[in-house]
Design a protein around this ligand. Structure first.
Ligand code: UGA
Length: 435
């Protein structure tokens, strides 16, 4: 099957490369020439463990092509995936769809035979209707169907998530014609156990937002329970196990932490409230999730200040600054909201991140390794759950007192044998835990 992905960002590149790995001929298109040139040389624009090797292998085998020639890519393909970005618009709430609509226009001019146009970008309900309208308007005689096929990949786990997803969702108003084609494309994944769910286009679009909003709700719920645990002296880890083993609740996405961040949950929850407004439906749960998540960052900054006592000129070192581990993505990362509050109070911040120095943190001191963070600060904040922070060498902290605030609960308070360390974590009694 010949397919093309328009947009070689996170979604387009990962999906395109993996479809090629399943033996399809895939053309990955982008209007950023420098990016395409780099990809041809095997230089990957995003940080995703294992992706570079897959790109090289499939590019060498010629199953995977990179090009800026969008017209030819569309003409040469049976299935055209739209995988361009849909960032938050200027109003700060809705999804900006201008990239999707401009691609739809280009597609309309290059339909030379029947095509299935698939929106993989995260788009609000009814966007497929609009894409269909644009193509029809610009090319009334063209033969095509617009299908929604949302992605559920997590950054840092995208390859595994693509190969072994829980489900594939496709939404089409012409399932008779499109379902079998997409079933064939996804057959290698479905054979390994993924459910293939087909529905209407609008339902499929809504599934994506509902899924992200629900996961964000689950995280926010456990974060609020964690706050309560700190007050009543319970351990949120026990609560998560205690409720998560109920199959109706499920154990995943119940890790309390420093609020959800990243390029998806913050953007998609906001966009869902906007969709609700458009259809005169109050998404009150989602709105309250957004508020609670926003407040959490401020609450954590306050906790840091409380731990420090008098914060002026105190030194705080952050381990990890991205919104989660295994990514270099700084979009909506929690610390970007925490840092200004600390700086305002005269705190001196430094950080180390396994993916290197960040352009977003120009005024913050970067350190080259965790040791420099552990040995030069009054307080160390474990902000991101990288594996390399799971077995830190605390024995080196000998000469002075150090406080640790573990925002990911990577450690157990009882694990601390070094008397110079005072350990704080999330959702456990917010008292000093001296070993
Ligand atoms: C999320 C979804 O998990 C994917 O299914 C979806 O495809 C993707 O958004 C998207 O819409 O493109 P992602 O943002 O990459 O994926 O990362 P997650 O692993 O979901 O984490 C999001 C945030 O929630 C992170 O800040 C993470 O630290 C936090 N989180 C996650 C928790 O605090 N606790 C948890 O138990 C899980």
């Amino acid at each position: 099957m010949k397919i093309c992905f328009i947009g070689t960002g996170y979604v387009g590149l990962v999906s395109g490369v993996l479809f090629a790995d399943f033996g399809n001929k895939v053309i990955c298109v982008d209007n950023d020439k420098a990016k395409i040139d780099k990809l041809k040389k095997g230089i990957i624009p995003i940080f995703e463990p294992g992706l570079d090797e897959l790109v090289l292998r499939n590019y060498k085998s010629k199953r995977l092509l990179f090009t800026t020639n969008i017209s030819k890519a569309i003409k040469d393909s049976d299935i055209v995936f739209i995988a361009v970005g849909t960032p938050t618009a200027k109003d700060g709430v809705s999804a900006d769809l201008k990239n999707v609509y401009s691609v739809a226009k280009i597609i309309s001019k290059n339909i030379n035979k029947y095509k299935i146009v698939v929106t993989k970008s995260t788009v609000p309900v009814c966007t497929g209707d609009e894409v269909e309208k644009i193509i029809k308007k610009n090319n009334p005689v063209s033969k095509f169907d617009v299908v929604s096929n949302p992605e559920f990949l997590r950054e840092g786990e995208a390859i595994r998530d693509f190969r072994y997803p829980d489900r594939i969702v496709i939404g089409s108003n012409n399932l008779k014609k499109t379902k079998s084609v997409l079933e064939k494309l996804y057959a290698p994944i479905v054979k390994k156990g993924a459910k293939f769910i087909s529905t209407t286009r609008r339902s499929s679009e809504l599934i994506k937002y509902a899924a992200n909003a629900f996961l964000a709700t689950k995280i926010t719920f456990i974060n609020e329970i964690a706050n309560l645990c700190e007050e009543v002296g319970s351990d949120v880890e026990d609560i998560a196990i205690g409720i998560g083993t109920d199959a109706r609740i499920g154990s995943r996405f119940l890790r309390a932490g420093p609020a959800y961040g990243g390029s998806c949950f913050p953007k998609d929850t906001k966009a869902l409230t906007k969709i609700g407004n458009k259809f005169r439906t109050n998404m009150s749960v989602v709105k309250s999730v957004i508020n609670s998540n926003e407040q959490r960052k401020s609450l954590l900054a306050d906790k840091i200040l409380k731990i420090l006592g008098n914060p002026k000129n105190k030194k705080v070192g952050f381990l990890g600054v991205t919104f989660k581990a295994n990514t270099d993505d700084m979009r909506d990362t929690q610390c970007l909201k925490i840092f200004p509050k600390l700086l305002k109070k005269g705190v001196k911040i430094s950080y180390y991140d396994p993916t290197g120095e960040k352009k977003e943190l120009k005024k913050i001191n970067y350190k080259n390794n965790p040791t420099e963070i552990l040995t030069n600060n009054d307080l160390v904040v474990i902000h991101t759950e990288w594996d390399e922070f799971r077995s830190l060498d605390f024995k080196m902290v000998k000469s002075k007192k150090l406080k640790i605030f573990d925002m990911r609960n990577l450690y157990q308070p009882k694990n601390f044998s070094n008397k110079n360390i005072t350990y704080y974590s999330i959702g456990r009694p917010f008292n000093e835990k001296k070993a």
